[in-house]
Design a binder for this molecule. Structure first.
Ligand code: SF4
Length: 449
């Protein structure tokens, strides 16, 4: 196999020497075809070169078909990706319709019940074989239709089998990917993209580089989709994404990227393109480390481009030199803005925590409450608790696992209601938002409940 593998997904090439592809995901209800088509068009106009939509059940399959038909009827050929969790039948249905299907190996067949039972080797092998057998129909349909698959491995949703054997570690993520690479190759299926996502910048970088090294040992190089998941919003979300994605791109790792923000999806791609520009303009020689601190002076007048450059270089410096501090200079901004930027980037890389960390998903068609407003309110109320991590997640299906190591969380239930979590434990029923905020305040303050 070619060591720099590439292939077409619809009308674009991914991998090899092809340019890095920018993608994003809708947050409309997929069954609302008109709203989804309109949002896809806004995202594509804003620079999305591939668009993903959630397909939670077989009920959304026909809507996806209509969305694709309407876009193609308007001459829009942007490849569409179906995001599928838990249900192989949905993945099989979508593989005949869209250009790429994203599955999560952590929940395709395996389960996540936080069970701690270690399996014997024979039980472990049998579980992998069951997964391979269940994967075969999907891979056959993909081969027939030229559809690609993304193995979307998330640190927060590894299955019990993997976590019990390898821990909740970057290596566990790599093992999950390697199992599926083996399954795909066994059935002679090679149109595979792999992502190793985490809300922790260091974890996603480590897992992605480890996977690349493991693939090199195997003599293959499947394209890599890179992103920091649950990065949040605003400057903090952009800083996390730029640190993780930018640093990996500086190392020559990554074929397609998604900047995930808890904002309208059409905000994601302009920053992703600025990040690609930042990486083109940065040189590893600019990584000057003095006494454990990265020194980066540039008079860059564009705030977002400066943020992208400074964060990418910091992620790179942290990965290679384990820096402990960051000294920025930029005469285009006031000194307090420059100091704030230092703190935000150091926090994004978890080098120094000077305020609360917010872990929030970008939301998708599974979300049934106004997550963007709620995140703004949570940020306004709980920003000054250094070291505390608060999750704000769109849905109860994936949210609790994906908010990873958050101390507390607000997770969307149905009909605009939310649940409050303490770690992985749900501590309220589905309640009104106002009540949840008061409950969260008491938890954070350590008040008797
Ligand atoms: S956690 Fe957020 S992005 Fe993930 S499936 Fe739920 S709503 Fe969608």
């Amino acid at each position: 196999m070619n060591s720099r593998m590439s292939f077409n997904i619809g009308n674009i090439t991914i991998g090899g020497d092809a340019p890095v592809v920018v993608q994003s995901m809708t947050n409309t209800d997929t069954n609302d075809v008109a709203a989804s088509v309109a949002q896809c068009k806004r995202m594509i106009a804003a620079g999305a070169e591939m668009v993903r939509l959630t397909v939670p059940s077989l009920k959304e399959v026909d809507a996806m078909r209509q969305i694709k038909e309407q876009l193609r009827a308007e001459g829009i050929e942007t490849p569409l990706v179906a995001d599928v969790h838990f249900n192989p039948k949905v993945a099989e249905a979508m593989a005949a319709i869209v250009e790429k299907v994203r599955i999560n190996p952590g929940n395709f067949v395996d389960k996540r019940n936080f069970s701690q039972r270690d399996l014997t080797d024979a039980e472990y092998e049998a579980a992998v074989e069951r997964m391979a057998l269940r994967a075969r129909p999907l891979l056959d349909i993909c081969k027939e239709h030229g559809t690609a698959i993304r193995l979307g491995i998330n640190h927060g949703s590894l299955c019990d089998r993997i976590v019990t054997r390898y821990g909740n570690t970057p290596m566990a993520m790599v093992q999950s990917a390697l199992e599926w690479i083996d399954i795909c190759e066994r059935y002679d299926f090679h149109k595979v993209v792999i992502s190793m996502k985490s809300s922790n910048v260091q974890t996603m970088m480590e897992a992605t580089v480890l996977l690349k090294e493991e693939m090199e040992k195997m003599g293959c190089s499947y394209p890599l989709h890179i992103g920091v998941t649950e990065a949040g919003s605003g400057i903090e979300g952009r800083a996390k994404s730029a640190a993780g994605i930018g640093a990996l791109l500086m190392m020559g790792v990554g074929d397609t990227v998604r900047v995930s923000l808890t904002e309208p999806p059409e905000n994601e791609t302009p920053f992703a393109h600025q990040l690609l520009q930042a990486v083109r303009e940065l040189q590893p020689s600019q990584c000057v480390v003095t006494n454990g601190a990265l020194e980066y002076a540039v008079d860059e007048p564009d705030f977002d481009l400066w943020l992208a450059k400074a964060a990418a270089l910091t992620g790179y410096a942290y990965y290679h030199h384990h820096i402990k501090d960051l000294h920025l200079q930029n005469a285009c901004f006031k000194p307090d803005v420059v100091r704030d930027m230092e703190c935000t980037i150091l926090q994004a890389c978890r080098i120094r925590m000077s305020k609360t960390e917010f872990i929030s998903c970008p939301s998708c068609g599974r979300t049934q409450y106004d997550i963007q407003s709620v995140l703004s309110e949570v940020k306004a109320r709980f920003s000054n608790y250094p070291g505390l991590k608060i999750g704000v997640m769109g849905c109860i299906v994936n949210g609790p696992g994906e908010m990873a190591d958050a101390d507390y969380g607000i997770v969307g239930a149905s009909n605009g209601l939310v649940c409050v979590y303490e770690g992985k434990k749900r501590v309220t029923q589905a309640i009104e938002l106002e009540e949840a905020m008061a409950y969260l305040q008491k938890l954070v303050d350590g008040t008797q409940l």
